[in-house]
Design a protein around this ligand. Structure first.
Ligand SMILES: Cc1cc2nc3c(=O)[nH]c(=O)nc-3n(C[C@H](O)[C@H](O)[C@H](O)COP(=O)(O)OP(=O)(O)OC[C@H]3O[C@@H](n4cnc5c(N)ncnc54)[C@H](O)[C@@H]3O)c2cc1C
Length: 390
């Protein structure tokens, strides 16, 4: 493994600034509103605006669009500190997918209209890629776009669009060239999420998160909301997936839960002994810590490649390893807690405020969203090992 992610004193000073800010501003209510994902409450929205005022939602973006300029390393530090403090970086779709694509491919007008507001934490985007017949194979999407005078007319259905029930804009992928070559059949659009003809139907998930079906019935979208070139959307989407995969998982997020679990085993007795003295429990905890440290190395390698502009399949490896590790942590913790672990928050007997049962339920989606484990293994085999495509 070969990477360099060293930081300068200025960058470390920035790390301290972020950490101090989070210690002062973050509280359990804001964490809860972020985690519940049911439309942010007043506290979480105010917190987001404060992050925007700090200039931290535009780290690495050009100054003319409200960004800070400079190296992506500041973004990496921000992600790490937010993860360490169990905070949520608002508006991930805009920060890591819509924003970078608009920045690189959008018209000047679109950059002026959206980038400043993303940086200020004022607007939220929902991700509109998946359709009932098109998840892993996005090119199978069927949503149709017809061009008319100064606008497009869009019809069809998206599913599992997680932020749509509260987002301001839909980051939509749809077919503009259904008969053309597969790689040149999709375009991207920014659609006002409240436009006439859009129907958003929430769906509850096992993990407590809300996601949505989004129906389009003759929705009119101005031509100025086409992102970049027509029919180039799939290429833009694929390039941005690396950002999404790295933003989805930071190994630092494993440690707070793991540390609370370790502390719990140190002060809980079962069958006459302290749990942390049980060799099987110690084994499981040690395995998790080793895996989390391995994950950090994988992540640092991918981040250094991202900063150098050389990232390829490595972001997928981090996502694959991190998502499966979160699931393994949930299941191992459940073995350690025994049947008490199944209890939910609110029960008098629940250990760790129900955190582990919540983790087991919430981590199911981790190996599905942002590319399933099977698909990422395939990509790693093809691009990493150069094995033939099947
Ligand atoms: C809670 C939740 C939130 C989501 N949020 C969003 C969102 O905000 N926006 C959005 O656009 N999408 C979102 N998704 C969709 C998610 O990205 C897709 O579910 C995912 O890409 C898988 O697609 P699919 O569900 O159609 O499953 P399929 O693609 O049908 O896959 C079914 C199974 O087949 C396997 N499989 C498929 N193709 C291959 C292959 N080539 N080789 C080997 N195995 C394969 C898969 O690994 C999986 O196990 C969300 C999904 C969930 C569950």
């Amino acid at each position: 493994m070969n990477f360099n992610l060293t930081t300068t004193p200025e960058e470390e000073a920035f790390r301290c600034e972020v950490s101090d800010f989070l210690k002062a501003e973050l509280n359990d209510e804001i964490r809860r509103q972020h985690a519940m994902d049911k439309g942010l409450g007043a506290e979480a929205r105010a917190f987001n605006r404060k992050i925007g005022q700090k200039g931290w939602l535009g780290l690495g973006w050009p100054k003319e669009y409200g960004g800070s300029g400079g190296s992506l390393i500041y973004e990496v530090i921000l992600l790490q500190e937010f993860a360490r403090h169990e905070a949520h970086i608002p508006n991930e779709i805009a920060r890591y997918m819509a924003g970078p694509i608009i920045l690189h491919h959008g018209s000047e007008d679109m950059k002026k209209e959206f980038l400043h507001r993303i940086v200020a934490g004022e607007i939220e985007f929902g991700l509109g890629y998946t359709e009932p017949p098109a998840g892993s194979d996005l090119m199978a999407m069927q949503m149709q776009v017809v061009e008319k005078d100064d606008h497009f007319v869009i019809n069809g259905q998206k599913t599992f669009n997680t932020e749509s029930h509260y987002a301001d804009y839909h980051w939509l992928a749809a077919k503009t060239n259904p008969e053309g070559p597969r790689l040149e059949s999709i375009s991207l659009f920014v659609v006002d999420q409240r436009a006439p003809g859009i129907d958003i139907r929430p769906m509850a998930t096992l993990g407590g998160e809300t996601t949505n079906e989004v129906f389009y019935d003759n929705v009119k979208v101005p031509k100025s909301r086409l992102v970049g070139e027509k029919n180039k959307g799939f290429l833009y989407m694929v390039n941005a997936l690396n950002y999404e995969r790295l933003a989805l998982f930071q190994m630092e997020r494993i440690f707070p839960t793991l540390n609370r679990l370790i502390q719990y085993t140190q002060k809980t007795r079962r069958n006459g002994i302290v749990l942390a003295d049980d060799p099987l429990v110690r084994n499981k905890l040690a395995e998790l810590v080793v895996e989390a440290e391995v994950g950090k190395c994988l992540e640092y390698q991918a981040l250094s490649l991202l900063i150098d502009g050389r990232i390829d399949y490595e972001a997928g490896i981090v996502k694959l390893f991190g998502s499966e590790l979160r699931q393994r942590m949930g299941y191992k913790a459940m073995e350690i807690l025994g049947q008490f672990g199944l209890l939910e928050e609110g029960s008098a007997w629940v250990p760790l405020k129900g955190e582990i049962s919540r983790l087991c339920r919430a981590s199911v989606v981790d190996t599905i969203g942002g590319g399933t484990s099977e698909v990422i293994r395939n990509i790693t085999a093809i691009r990493g090992l150069r094995l033939p495509r099947q």
